[in-house]
Design a protein around this ligand. Structure first.
Ligand SMILES: N[C@@H](CCC(=O)N[C@@H](CS)C(=O)NCC(=O)O)C(=O)O
Length: 203
């Protein structure tokens, strides 16, 4: 059976939990206390981070890599586009999001940066601006790729859920992003994947 080592407030673990619940499959989620990490986390992931997925002798880390594996192993519903060209474009988008957006999410989650107001505020502003730039796209699209829910939406949902929690306020012009978020949050798998600590992040 697939086991996911997951942080109860970690947005990257949240992505993997979301995908697990989208698929009809057996899995186990093990909550990891990041303030008191078990030693085997560093053995399984040299970067000492969650999420980590273990299935028999396969150990994976990095949320997007884990999610692509789950998607290929349990293809229904398929979250990466079937067409190779769209698949490649989706991977490129995921990469760009990591470089331009989630690098700042990682800064907000970095416990060693707590108290570094300058760095945290810079991260908040970068996230606000990058998300605002996506607003025109979401004015015409139901999901990131158009009509179909995909891995890009999975990657984005945990961040949109945490905006209040992170102290990020989007401008009024970014209303299509908020609406898009509500669309994602209403998915049954999304609701099932939330931990008790995540449920209280948003009113
Ligand atoms: N790029 C990684 C980021 C994972 C990450 O940043 N995880 C954080 C928690 S949200 C972590 O495990 N930090 C280790 C620690 O706090 O000791 C991914 O997508 O999986």
């Amino acid at each position: 059976m697939m086991v996911l080592y997951s942080g109860t407030t970690c947005p990257f673990s949240h992505r993997c939990r979301f995908v697990l619940f989208e698929k009809a499959m057996d899995f186990e989620i093990r909550d990891i206390d990041l303030y008191n990490k078990p030693e085997d986390i560093a053995v399984m992931n040299p970067y000492g981070q969650v999420p980590i997925m273990v299935e028999r002798d396969l150990i994976l880390y990095e949320s997007n890599i884990i999610n692509e594996y789950i998607d290929e192993r349990f293809p229904h519903p398929q979250l990466m586009p079937a067409d190779p060209l769209m698949r490649a474009r989706t991977r490129l988008f995921l990469y760009n999001f990591e470089k331009e957006l989630f690098i700042h999410v990682a800064a907000l989650e970095d416990r060693s940066a707590r108290g570094d107001t300058k760095r945290l505020d810079a991260a908040r502003i970068a996230i606000r601006d990058r998300l605002s730039q996506l607003a025109p796209l979401m004015m015409k699209n139901k999901y990131m790729l158009g009509e179909e829910f995909s891995m890009l939406d999975v990657a984005m949902a945990p961040l949109l859920w945490r905006l209040d929690h992170y102290g990020i306020e989007l401008p009024k012009t970014a209303a299509p992003i908020q609406k898009y978020g509500e669309r994602l949050f209403s998915r049954p798998a999304y609701i099932e994947a939330l931990t008790p600590s995540e449920k209280v992040m948003r009113r």
